[in-house]
Design a protein around this ligand. Structure first.
Ligand SMILES: C[S@@+](CC[C@H](N)C(=O)[O-])C[C@H]1O[C@@H](n2cnc3c(N)ncnc32)[C@H](O)[C@@H]1O
Length: 291
């Protein structure tokens, strides 16, 4: 039976225990922003009620709200999100902010950026939209993640036509002359990555809403958790222009250790914090290796 927006909201709020979740679900089910629907006094039809109830059932089975809604905000973008790739996190918005500041200080006309492990494409698309004239080569080892990134890129292509290229690659293999002899991709003004950085023990104890739904290959690094971060730091210099930086996201507990490693292989490091004031990553800079 049709009901008012407020009636549906109250039902869903009672079932989920969250006003915010109820507003998101109602809005998605009726394809109208929640407050706009209230103001217009819309009547919710049976099909939309069934849709909202389907969302609630998925939530009750433990699925993350972002996958249930099928889209999520990242900086000023709205991205399609599903189980093919990690849900973009607010802490990663800070990584993008660091990247944008780093590039704007250089004031290059056409900065070249390499993103390793792009997942949904969130960072690559955000940088391309926010840094005028930039080119972002974004790679991932997961074909599923790349298919989602392609969908997101397509959805935003009006703003960033030709600025982002997506490639299937194992870290630097897309730009390694030894593996890609036919493709001269040159060096980059910035490399950024939010690689998998969770160790096996922590992975086994992750919140089920993450462990059971988000791709393991996006989260689990190895026994120590810092393996992928160290691999990227070791290999990056030969792909960087002189004075360019590597910007990495990691767990706050890893920052000190990874900064020590980065300094030991010749980088100067600046640590940055996330919105909760936790140490969240590194801006690592070192002279390019001449080969
Ligand atoms: C933590 S997720 C980050 C996704 C996205 N950049 C974000 O911040 O939301 C890590 C990504 O790295 C990718 N990845 C893991 N191992 C990789 C490898 N060896 N080479 C390239 N990408 C890899 C995963 O598939 C995943 O999409």
């Amino acid at each position: 039976m049709p009901r008012s927006v407020l009636e549906l909201f109250n039902e869903i709020k009672a079932e989920t225990g969250s006003s915010q979740t109820a507003r998101w679900i109602v809005a998605e089910a009726i394809s109208t922003p929640y407050y706009q629907a209230l103001l217009l006094g819309l009547e919710v039809q049976d099909a939309s009620i069934a849709k909202a109830q389907g969302f609630v059932e998925r939530l009750q089975r433990g699925e993350p709200i972002q996958y249930v809604l099928g889209r999520w905000g990242f900086r000023d973008l709205e991205l399609i999100v599903d189980s093919r790739a990690l849900i973009p996190r607010p802490e990663t918005e800070v990584v993008v902010e660091m990247a944008i500041r780093n590039l704007s200080r250089k004031a290059l006309e056409h900065p070249r950026v390499l993103e390793l492990g792009t997942g949904s494409g969130a960072c690559a698309i955000a940088i391309a939209t926010e840094v005028k004239g930039s080119y972002v080569l974004a790679t991932d080892l997961s074909t599923e993640a790349l298919s989602l990134a392609t969908t997101n890129l397509e959805a935003h292509k009006g703003r960033i036509s030709g600025q982002v290229e997506l490639l299937l690659a194992d870290w630097f293999s897309a730009v390694d002359p030894a593996e890609q002899a036919m493709i001269e991709r040159g060096r980059f003004d910035l490399i950024l990555s939010n690689p998998p950085y969770i160790n096996q023990v922590d992975y086994d104890h992750l919140d089920p809403v993450v462990r059971n739904w988000e791709p393991k290959s996006a989260l689990l690094s190895g026994k120590a958790g810092t393996e992928q971060l160290e691999t990227i730091l070791e290999k990056a210099p030969r792909y960087l222009n002189k004075g360019a930086s590597v910007i990495l996201e990691m767990d706050p507990s890893q920052v000190e250790r990874v900064a020590k490693f980065a300094r030991s292989v010749g980088y100067q490091c600046k640590i940055f914090r996330d919105l909760a004031e936790r140490e969240r990553g590194l801006v690592a800079t070192r002279p390019t290796i001449e080969e």
